[in-house]
Write a protein that binds this ligand. Structure first.
Ligand code: SF4
Length: 386
């Protein structure tokens, strides 16, 4: 494991200095959107010259929808004993992952509700069962808010939980549950969830142990512009200390079917999404990858995001449950994503969970060809391993 404490100074966005919180607020709220996009695209081009936009073949099954946390923005969770409550056994979860794996998924993003009955041994059983069923899949499990909840319910210290996952071969952790890293907002939308400090402490501990994690943000509800900037600056400060964030992934609140949706009826406008994403690229000068979350926004917003500083297009989800429960249905096929990236003027490239490019598709490859190559390579590996 890493000893941590690495400092990652970075030049800033073509201007040789860091964006201050006041300047960040100016970017988010006042700079004309065209200028903002140009500056953010310039910052992306400095870091990643060329036209490559990455994506990953992933699946996102949720091991349980039982949750006692009651976030007001959530349409996915159910109380224990509810007719629609479920908790997958390790074997049934592994079976679901296997179906996606056989279709070409290379990563499983594994998250679930805050279920008070689950223990660390249950988490490890999920990991082991998936690995037995799908030996080559990358397992990307358990967000900081789940880790905080497990620690509180079982009494196991966070380092012990993370250490057990590390010993199990896990090397990346998703950055879910960040919402807005400001306790005024969290008190209004998710008062029972990990505090901002707790979320950041799990990320910092994970980074120092050698994990890479993503960082997320869900905006477009009760937060102020200043609180969005606070969120970004807190991530930047932590990244200065550890260098452990691989990417930043913003998305907007989806009001459908959630209690908060009665108060905030509309999703953020795509232009707001673009402004947030471009500001993030300029403020987060020490995080390499910014993801345009086309799946949660729209194809057009996703494409605009690529012109506003994003270099990654996220996952081709073979399974997704959370946004579906909020009434957000989107068909995702690899062909669609390849076409959407190309039509925005970029070259799609398949990546792994550590953001290494596996193959660029500058040859107009179709989705079926890409999946055939993924599956053939996997067969080769298996045969070589025998
Ligand atoms: S967002 Fe997660 S923690 Fe919050 S209620 Fe939904 S499942 Fe539970």
């Amino acid at each position: 494991m890493n000893s941590g404490n690495t400092s990652y100074p970075r030049p800033v966005c073509g201007e040789n200095r860091r964006v201050s919180p006041d300047e960040a607020l100016e970017l988010l709220t006042r700079v004309p959107v065209g200028d903002l996009m140009r500056r953010a695209y310039g910052a992306r081009a400095e870091r990643f010259p060329g036209r490559v936009v990455t994506y990953v073949l992933d699946t996102n099954p949720n091991y349980t929808n039982v949750c006692v946390t009651g976030c007001r923005f959530c349409a996915f969770s159910r109380p224990q004993g509810h007719a629609e409550a479920y908790t997958l056994s390790p074997r049934s979860l592994a079976e679901r992952v296997r179906k996606s794996y056989e279709r070409g998924a290379t990563t499983v993003l594994l998250q679930g509700g805050h279920h008070p009955g689950l223990r660390l041994s249950d988490w490890l059983a999920y990991v082991r069962c998936i690995r037995a069923a799908c030996p080559h899949i990358h397992i990307h499990p358990f967000s900081p808010s789940e880790v905080v909840f497990l620690s509180k319910t079982t009494g196991a210290p966070v380092p012990e939980i993370l250490g057990a996952l590390y010993a199990e071969g896990i090397r990346t952790i998703p950055g879910g549950g960040a919402e807005i890293l400001c306790d005024r907002v969290r008190a209004r939308i998710a008062p029972e969830k990990a505090t901002a400090a707790e979320w950041l402490a799990v990320a910092e501990t994970a980074h120092r142990m050698g994990f890479r994690t993503t960082a997320t943000m869900m905006f477009g509800h009760v937060e102020t512009d200043e609180e969005i900037i606070e969120h970004l600056v807190r991530l930047r400060d932590l990244q200065d200390r550890t260098g452990g964030f691989s990417s930043f992934i913003p998305w907007s609140f989806k009001p459908g079917n959630s209690p908060l949706g009665k108060e905030v009826c509309q999703s953020a406008h795509p232009l707001r999404y673009v402004r947030v994403l471009a500001t993030a690229r300029l403020v987060l000068d020490n995080i390499d990858h910014i993801q345009s979350s086309w799946f949660s926004e729209s194809i057009t917003a996703g494409q605009l995001g690529l012109l506003a500083g994003a270099d990654d297009f996220g996952g081709i989800l073979f399974e997704e449950n959370v946004l579906q429960q909020a009434g957000h249905q989107r068909a995702t096929t690899l062909d669609t994503v390849l076409t959407v990236i190309r039509r925005a003027g970029f070259v799609p490239a398949r990546r792994d969970s550590l953001y290494n490019v596996i193959e660029e598709h500058d040859d107009a490859a179709a989705g079926a060809d890409v999946l055939a190559r993924v599956l053939a390579r996997r067969t080769d590996c298996t045969e070589r391993g025998r």
